[in-house]
Design a protein around this ligand. Structure first.
Ligand SMILES: NC(=O)c1ccc[n+]([C@@H]2O[C@H](COP(=O)([O-])OP(=O)(O)OC[C@H]3O[C@@H](n4cnc5c(N)ncnc54)[C@H](O)[C@@H]3O)[C@@H](O)[C@H]2O)c1
Length: 482
């Protein structure tokens, strides 16, 4: 079976980039990405390809190549479902905020709505591909809804979790470590559906990298992969706190253990804590699933990854208050970076949100600069926490367009995202326009600590001893202060 028409429901961080690359690599397949969010679709269709709603290096070029040729963005969901032979479901599956499983289980409301809509519209057999990250055995529920509410047509359900990382999504999609497809290998229709999806990817991915498994293994592999990745971050972050108490250097530890081929060097960078829309939600979901089977030890084991991450964010903020002589009330603190990692404008679960909230509770005056995140997003993130009313958030936290404006007259700077441009700033200039002592908290360990100390900064990094300003600078700064 050769697929000629694909529909993807959900034009977000996964649906948009994934479908853009599928369209780029399969010019003979018509790919339509649909969404109920009109503004998002309008932005995907913006004449100026730099205005598409998602920032990812290389994405706008891929969209420019395929859009209007065989890649389309639309709000006409029914039409796209009707025309497609293969439908990807790539809608959001956030943590539930109500009812049973609140704060842990994945909210499958949007998935179910998609299934009901597909069942209502489909007049011919369809292959349904789970692209969203889902609890294990969701395909069973999908099948039941499709078969019981459909028009008597046949649905094959495949699981095809997405492993791209934001910030490197296009590279990851062009050169994936693997493609995972879970399907029903016990039936002929299941095998045909699986092969049809294999063929889509085989246009640019070598066949040995395309793994086929049963549906449940595929669903659970995605949760497992995210749990293992997040666990590494929490593991090195746990060691970073021990380093700060013992004089060991967490960067040296990462290098030393990373050279062990069984451990490997990647994902061993200590930081203010992981963020992003996936790690926390997927681990909470895993914990919930384990608990629902009565597997309490399994649940507790994975929950600790989240507990450690929350602790890391909190202790970073606490350290700022403690270092600034136990009060930040009325003090200007510049936050460099709001996105949860560099090269993305995604802010979901970003450590910056929680650090800012903590400091605002301590009555600090915050000024934020991020090269890609818009002010309205920053305020929306804070308002969502509900810690204070929107007006107070706008009074106490300002968003500026230039880093030097953020740092002028600040008591302290906290680096919260590892944007490359931060390394290239004129730090001497920044030092000169700050209040003294000039404190710097590097939540990503990206800046040159020695250089900063020589300029006069008092720097705090993660998992490293605090560096005081050089003696010579200390004398000058005391003289100026006096
Ligand atoms: N963001 C990532 O890095 C990443 C990586 C791998 C997997 N995932 C998973 O992929 C899924 C999507 O994530 P995302 O980051 O793209 O989310 P997102 O919130 O950016 O996008 C989801 C989109 O789906 C749309 N939508 C919801 N219900 C709809 C419906 N019934 N009809 C049409 N459109 C609908 C929303 O309007 C939204 O634009 C999630 O399950 C997530 O866990 C995300």
């Amino acid at each position: 079976m050769k697929i000629k028409n694909i529909c993807c429901i959900g034009a977000g961080y996964v649906g948009g980039p994934t479908m853009a690359v599928i369209a780029q690599k399969n010019p003979e397949i018509k790919v339509t990405v649909v969404d109920i969010n009109k503004e998002r679709i309008a932005a995907w269709n913006d004449e100026n390809v730099e205005n598409i709603p998602i920032y990812e290096p290389g994405l706008s070029a891929v969209v420019a190549e395929a859009r209007g040729r065989n890649l389309f963005f639309s709000t006409e969901v029914d039409k796209a479902i009707d025309e497609a032979e293969m439908i990807f479901i790539s809608v959001n599956t956030p943590t539930k905020t109500y009812g049973i499983g609140k704060g842990m289980a994945a909210d499958l409301k949007w998935i179910e709505l998609c299934a009901r809509q597909i069942a209502r519209v489909a007049k011919e057999d369809k292959i349904i591909v789970e692209k969203s990250t889902l609890p294990v055995r969701t395909a069973e529920a999908l099948k039941s809804i499709l078969d019981n509410t459909g028009n008597g047509v046949n649905f094959q359900i495949l699981s095809n979790p997405e492993f791209l990382a934001e910030g490197t999504a296009i590279d990851d999609l062009h050169n994936p470590d693997r493609i995972l497809i879970g399907g029903d290998s016990s039936s002929k229709a299941g095998k045909i559906a699986t092969q049809a999806l294999v063929d889509v990817y085989a246009s640019w991915v070598s066949e040995e990298k395309i793994l086929t498994t049963n549906v449940w293994s595929s669903e659970l592999s995605k949760l497992t992969a995210n749990a293992f990745l997040a666990q590494r971050v929490s593991s090195i972050n746990a060691m970073s706190e021990l380093c700060e108490h013992t004089g060991a250097d967490v960067n040296e530890i990462s290098r030393a253990i990373g050279m062990d081929s069984r451990i490997g060097p990647k994902f061993l960078k200590a930081s203010v804590g992981f963020g992003g829309s996936c790690f926390q939600k997927d681990i909470l979901n895993l914990v919930y699933i384990a608990k629902s089977f009565g597997l309490n030890e399994v649940a507790d084991y994975w929950e600790q990854v989240i507990i450690m991450n929350d602790h890391q964010k909190r202790r970073f903020a606490e350290n700022i208050v403690k270092t600034l002589f136990n009060t930040v009330s009325g003090k200007k603190i510049a936050l460099l970076g709001w996105a949860f990692k560099k090269d993305t404008n995604d802010t979901r679960e970003s450590a910056a949100i929680y650090v800012a909230d903590y400091l605002l509770n301590e009555r600090a005056e915050i000024v934020v600069y991020d090269p890609k995140v818009k002010a309205e997003q920053i305020y929306a993130d804070l308002d969502y926490l509900g810690s204070r009313n929107p007006e107070e958030n706008r009074n106490l936290l300002k968003v500026v367009e230039k880093p030097y404006t953020a740092c002028k007259d600040a008591h302290a700077i906290a680096v919260l995202t590892e944007w490359d441009e931060f390394k290239a700033y004129d730090w001497e200039n920044i030092y000169n326009c700050m209040l003294k002592p000039a404190f710097l908290f590097d939540g990503r360990n990206i800046l040159d600590r020695k250089k900063l100390a020589n300029l006069g900064f008092a720097t705090n990094s993660i998992g490293l001893p605090a560096v005081q300003m050089s003696k010579e600078k200390k004398l000058t700064s005391l003289a100026t202060a006096g």
